[in-house]
Design a protein. Structure first.
Length: 291
């Protein structure tokens, strides 16, 4: 109850659940009776003071130097990237690591349910959604923050996680000049992530044909990175998939890398968007995609 009061929330038998952020960035979740049958349950998620970088992924053997350089070039070349994975698989950690490689001069707007990203750039504006207050103040949703962010002259928009109608607004932002945007979503595979995006867009309440939704997705997303937590607790990048576009009524994709024999290996496929990167003066070395 003291924690709840400290962060301006309430927890009681009438409001038996609380999700909040402490000043040091830790996430606090509490559930009390009657919902918690075994008694009050408190969960605290703490985060590293020094966020992971892509170099740390190389040191841990998750990425090779060539793969690390490839992802860095994708960030610098303003590819729209979506990180997919299950709960606790390391989506936000990888999102933060990718965002660190955004050039210093760019203006970034981050939007989250509870602020977890620590990008460490000069031009970062952090927005956080808000539930309805005890005084009757209305909630502010992720979708409203994404809409407002478009009015803040961002070079890039980073949404901590899309899980509902805000997916439509995020796709529209990616399709209307905000290249290089990043977000995460819950899914067990890149193909499942594409299907979930379709479902989330429908949450917006518009009667859009499936073909129009898939065209939006195919035009907006360039790369899906699938992260997985293995049975032994290791978190790895399981797959990197390029979203090529729409072929007929199907979103076409190509797997560039997959996790095999305890390492991320190239499939030998060169991404279609490589020409876009090279047109910006970013060199993709052949050894990045050697089979």
């Amino acid at each position: 109850e003291k924690i709840a009061r400290f962060v301006g929330r309430q927890i009681s038998s009438r409001y038996p659940m609380m999700d909040a952020r402490l000043p040091d960035g830790s996430r606090v979740n509490a559930v009390v009776p009657p919902l918690a049958l075994s008694g009050t349950t408190l969960t605290i998620r703490r985060f590293r003071k020094n966020p992971f970088t892509l170099d740390n992924f190389v040191e841990l053997g998750i990425l090779s130097h060539g793969q690390r350089q490839f992802l860095q070039l994708c960030v610098q070349g303003r590819m729209n990237m979506l990180i997919s994975g299950g709960t606790g698989s390391g989506k936000t950690t990888l999102l933060n690591a990718l965002a660190i490689d955004i050039p210093d001069q760019e203006r970034i707007v981050t939007i989250e349910d509870a602020a977890e990203l620590h990008i460490g750039k000069r031009h970062v504006i952090s927005l956080e959604s808000r539930p309805a207050s005890l005084d009757g103040d209305p909630p502010v949703t992720i979708r409203e923050l994404v809409t407002n962010a478009l009015r803040m002259r961002p070079d890039r928009i980073i949404v901590g996680e899309v899980r509902g109608a805000e997916a439509l607004d995020m796709l529209q932002a990616m399709n209307t000049g905000h290249d290089g945007s990043l977000t995460t979503g819950h899914a067990n595979s890149p193909r499942d992530m594409l299907a979930r995006l379709e479902t989330m867009v429908l949450f917006a309440g518009y009667d859009l044909p499936v073909s129009a939704i898939r065209r939006q997705i195919g035009n907006a997303i360039d790369l899906i990175i699938q992260v997985t937590r293995k049975r032994d607790g290791r978190r790895v990048i399981d797959s990197i998939v390029e979203v090529v576009g729409l072929e007929g009524d199907t979103i076409s994709s190509a797997e560039l890398y997959r996790w095999e024999r305890d390492q991320l290996q190239s499939t030998g496929i060169r991404p279609v968007f490589a020409r876009r990167l090279e047109d910006q003066g970013l060199t993709l070395h052949p050894n990045m995609f050697g089979a």
